[in-house]
Design a protein around this ligand. Sequence first.
Ligand code: PHB
Length: 393
Amino acid sequence: MRTQVGIVGAGPAGLLLSHLLHLAGIDSVVVEVRSRADIEATIRAGVLEQGTVDLLSEIGVGERMKREGFLHHGIELRFAGRRHRIDLSALTGGKAIMVYAQHEVLKDLIQARLDTGGQIVFEAEGVSVYDLTSDVPTIRYRKDGEVVELHCDFIAGCDGSQGVCRPSIPPRLLNVYERHYPFGWFGILAAAPPSTEELIYNLHERGFALVSTRSRQIQRLYFQCDPKEDIADWPDARIWHELRTRLATPEGDWKLIEGPITQKGVIGMRSMVVEPMRHGRLFLAGDAAHIVPPTGAKGLNLAVSDVRVLADALSAFYRTKDEALLDGYSATCLRRIWKAQRFSWWMTSMLHRFPGSDAFQMRVQLAEFDYVTGSRAASTALAENYVGLPLAA
Ligand code: PHB
């Protein structure tokens, strides 16, 4: 089998790349190990930057997002019960964010690909990539018991941090920059209407908490926990007690709306970047090349900006045979990625209790809150990063 661009992974990066290439008249095949049902049901991130919203709308996959997503013009920061709204739109010349779950974006992208004759191979087994530095890099997999060799001009490694593409690059050619955080997030879905119109990022001396939403009937909530926390130790009543304690305001002017908890899970927190994001004719995009802690809500958005750059570079190549944009792919992406890494690390550091941190550290974090909320310059810096820096940042 032959295609122009072989794409490993049907996550946000892979599916969006495939659709962007289709719009540029370039043929691709997406190869994915998971089933469509599994992909469409996995709960992940939920915040889309302004640039992501604009892109999905421009390419015709924004209909349902605009109908069912929640457009937010601000976020709340809450420190030790003190509340402050960051007016994202006022501080960024009218930009906003959309709360719309990643798996909903994936459903829309899968539908768009299938409607336009796109090829997605779900439940591929034994996927591997080879001949990466030749002119015919190849993806090999098994489907329904048969071995398939997919010969490509280029391969996009969009298969996440546990995928096969990154480990196919000789380790001596890659620099890996990594930071592990000594805490995780306990995440729940609760069948209860939103407690808040806008997201609340909360620091309490017991640790971080986040109030987000999924729909008019479902809330998404998180609280900082031990990364090895066992969900069996957390019956519903204990979870609600912890969230109520961390989110309480001295005036008691805010109430957490509770309901049956339908899902529980613990998420690890780390920052990671590999450089360069290219080896021969293999290009890494999204989580295959970088991981951010979820505090800045950047993971999905970085995948989107990577594949925008890659789609432009590949279209330029097929139009003119000019490889300059492909050669610049890694450096172009990494400039924006490192700024998002910095922001995610900063939000994480400001909003969490680090084990062993003392009263001095807490005072510094409170001062940071005072500064960020009290200074227009500092609020603007937070806002412009949160709604998303420009593509060529
Ligand atoms: C979510 O709704 O899942 C969510 C929102 C904001 C974050 C992270 C996750 O920073």
